[in-house]
Design a protein around this ligand. Structure first.
Ligand SMILES: NC(=O)c1ccc[n+]([C@@H]2O[C@H](COP(=O)([O-])OP(=O)(O)OC[C@H]3O[C@@H](n4cnc5c(N)ncnc54)[C@H](O)[C@@H]3O)[C@@H](O)[C@H]2O)c1
Ligand SMILES: N[C@H](CO)Cc1c[nH]c[nH+]1
Ligand SMILES: [Zn+2]
Length: 443
C-alpha cells in the first residue's frame, strides 16, 4: 500500500523522518566513504583504478581515464538523429535561460562624495562537474552543469562521470558536453572521483570547485572534502513535492508522483493536499502505474512509496494553509503546483529548489528542457541554497576607490572604530597620511 499520512495526526518521529529523508542515508555511508577519499589522496591514480574495478566493474589503465578526442568525435556519428535534435532543443533553452543570468562584469556606486564602491565579477578558474551514472546515464545533468559553467567563462571545466559496463561514456553525454564546449572528461565516478578532483592525481589535476549531483556516496565525499575544496550546493538523491487542490486531475498527479520516485530507493516523492477525494483517487491509481514500469524502476518506486524505509507517499492536510506551511518547512528540490490559482499561491511559497506551476509544467519538463536548471538543493537545503546557475561559477570581488575628499570624510570614523576595537596599527595608518602629495587620490 502507498504510504498515506494525515498531517494533523502524524507523530513527531515520522514527521522528522520525512523531513530528513535521504540525509539519514548520507550519514550512514559517510564512514564507508572516508577511507576511499583518504586512499585517493595518498595513492592517486592507482586507487582510482582499483575503486573503478570494484564499484563499476570496469578494469581501466591510467591512460584510458581521460576520454579521447576520437571518442567524442565518434559519439557524434553514433547518436541517433532524433536524440540529437532533442538534445539541441533542450541545450538551446538551457543556454538561453542561463545567458540571461549573466551579471555585469563590474558595477560601482558613489556611496558618498569621493567614495566609490563596487564589485568586479570574475569566473572561477577551474571547476569539476560531477555527472552521475549508476542507475542510468544523465546527458541532461551534463548540459545542466556544462552550459552555465561555460557561459560564466570558466577557463578549465573538467567532468568526471562513471564508466558504463564496457568502460564507455554514452554518446549523448559526450555530445552534450561537446555542444557546451567541454572536452576534458574522465571516466571515473563515486567518492573516488570527488577525491580526485579535490586533491588531484597523476592524471586528473585538482580543481578549485566541484559541483554536480550524485548518490549518497558522492554527497558524503563532498561533505568530507568541505574545507579542502569548494563543494558547491548539496544535490543528493532526487525529491519532489506535488502540492495540489481539488481542481487537480488525479491521473496527472499520480503520473507525476512517479517522476522523482523512479530515480532510486533513496528518492522522495510526496503528494501534499487538503483534498481527500484527490488523495484517495491518487492512492487507488498508483499501484497499477507502478506495476506498469520496468522491473528496476518499479522496485525504486515501491521502495519510495510503499516500503517501510521509503520517504514518499501522500500527506493529507486540514487545509491549504497547513499544506503550504509543510511545503515551506520541507523545502523540496522540485515543487509542482497543481491548484486552481497557481500564481496566487506562488506568493506564499518560500522554500524550494524550483517551482513548476500548472498541469502543463510537470517535473520532467523541468528536468530536461524548459531552460531552468534541474540541479537543485536537496535534503532541506533549499532553505538557503539556490538552483545551479551561472552564479555558481562566478565570484564577486569588492572594489573601491577613495579620493582625497572621501578620505578626509572617513579618516576620523576609521580612527574611532580602530581604537575601539584595539587595533593601533589600523588607527596609525590613518594618522598624518600625506594625501595631498598623491596624484592618484585626485578628485
Ligand atoms: N539533486 C539533483 O539535482 C540530482 C540530479 C540528478 C540526479 N540526482 C540523484 O543523483 C543520484 C545518482 O545516483 P547514481 O547511483 O545513479 O550515480 P552516482 O554516479 O552518483 O553513483 C554511482 C557511483 O557510486 C559508486 N558506488 C557504487 N556502489 C558503491 C559502494 N558500495 N561503495 C562506494 N561507492 C559505490 C560507484 O563508483 C559508482 O560509479 C540519484 O540519487 C539521483 O536521484 C540528483
Ligand atoms: N530529477 C533530477 C534532479 O533531481 C534531474 C533528472 C535528470 N534526468 C532525469 N531527472
Ligand atoms: Zn528526474
Amino acid at each position: 500500500m502507498v504510504h498515506f499520512y494525515e498531517l494533523a495526526t502524524m507523530d513527531a518521529a515520522q514527521r522528522r523522518r520525512l523531513l530528513r529523508r535521504a540525509e539519514l542515508r548520507i550519514e550512514e555511508v559517510t564512514e564507508r566513504v572516508r577511507p576511499i577519499v583518504e586512499d585517493v589522496r595518498t595513492r592517486g591514480d592507482a586507487a582510482l583504478l582499483e575503486y573503478t574495478a570494484r564499484f563499476d566493474g570496469v578494469e581501466l589503465s591510467a591512460e584510458r581515464l581521460r576520454v579521447s578526442a576520437e571518442e567524442i568525435e565518434r559519439a557524434h556519428h553514433q547518436l541517433d538523429s532524433r536524440m540529437r535534435a532533442a538534445l539541441e532543443q533542450a541545450i538551446r533553452n538551457v543556454k538561453a535561460f542561463h545567458q540571461r543570468q549573466l551579471p555585469h562584469e563590474q558595477w560601482y556606486t558613489q556611496v558618498m562624495p569621493g567614495v566609490m564602491a563596487g564589485e568586479l565579477v570574475t569566473p572561477i578558474s577551474s571547476v569539476g562537474l560531477y555527472v552521475p551514472r549508476g542507475k542510468g546515464a544523465f546527458p541532461s545533468v551534463m548540459y545542466m552543469l556544462a552550459a552555465p559553467a561555460s557561459i560564466a567563462g570558466v577557463a578549465r571545466i573538467v567532468v568526471c562521470t562513471p564508466p558504463g559496463p564496457s568502460g564507455e561514456i554514452d554518446a549523448a553525454s559526450l555530445v552534450a558536453a561537446d555542444l557546451c564546449g567541454v572536452h576534458e572528461i574522465y571516466r571515473v565516478g563515486g567518492a573516488q572521483a570527488i577525491a580526485a578532483l579535490a586533491y588531484g592525481t597523476e592524471t586528473i589535476p585538482r580543481v578549485h570547485k566541484i559541483t554536480g549531483p550524485g548518490s549518497g556516496y558522492v554527497a558524503a565525499a563532498k561533505r568530507l572534502l568541505y574545507g579542502v575544496v569548494d563543494v558547491g550546493l548539496p544535490a543528493g538523491p532526487s525529491e519532489a513535492i506535488l502540492l495540489a487542490d481539488d481542481s487537480a486531475d488525479p491521473e496527472l498527479v499520480a503520473r507525476d508522483l512517479l517522476i522523482e520516485a523512479e530515480h532510486g530507493p533513496d528518492s522522495s516523492s510526496l503528494l501534499v493536499t487538503p483534498a481527500r477525494p484527490l488523495a484517495e483517487a491518487v492512492r487507488q491509481l498508483l499501484p497499477a502505474k507502478i506495476a506498469a514500469l520496468p522491473e528496476w524502476r518499479r522496485a525504486f518506486c515501491r521502495a519510495v512509496l510503499e516500503e517501510e524505509k521509503g520517504t514518499g507517499g501522500i500527506i493529507l492536510t486540514r487545509d491549504m494553509e497547513e499544506a503550504v506551511a509543510f511545503v515551506n518547512e520541507y523545502a523540496p528540490e522540485h515543487l509542482e503546483v497543481q491548484v486552481r490559482e497557481p500564481f496566487a499561491l506562488l506568493t506564499q511559497l518560500r522554500n524550494a529548489g524550483e517551482i513548476l506551476l500548472g498541469p502543463a509544467t510537470p517535473i520532467c519538463l523541468g528536468n530536461y528542457c524548459i531552460g531552468t536548471n534541474a540541479i537543485l538543493p536537496t535534503g532541506g537545503f533549499a532553505h538557503t541554497f539556490s538552483a545551479t546557475s551561472v552564479h555558481d561559477f562566478l565570484k564577486r570581488t569588492g572594489v573601491a576607490y577613495v579620493t582625497a575628499t572621501g578620505y578626509r570624510a572617513l579618516e576620523e570614523t576609521t580612527r574611532m572604530l580602530a581604537e575601539f576595537e584595539g587595533f593601533p596599527a589600523h588607527a596609525a595608518a590613518v594618522s598624518e597620511r600625506p594625501l595631498a602629495t598623491w596624484p592618484e587620490a585626485r578628485e
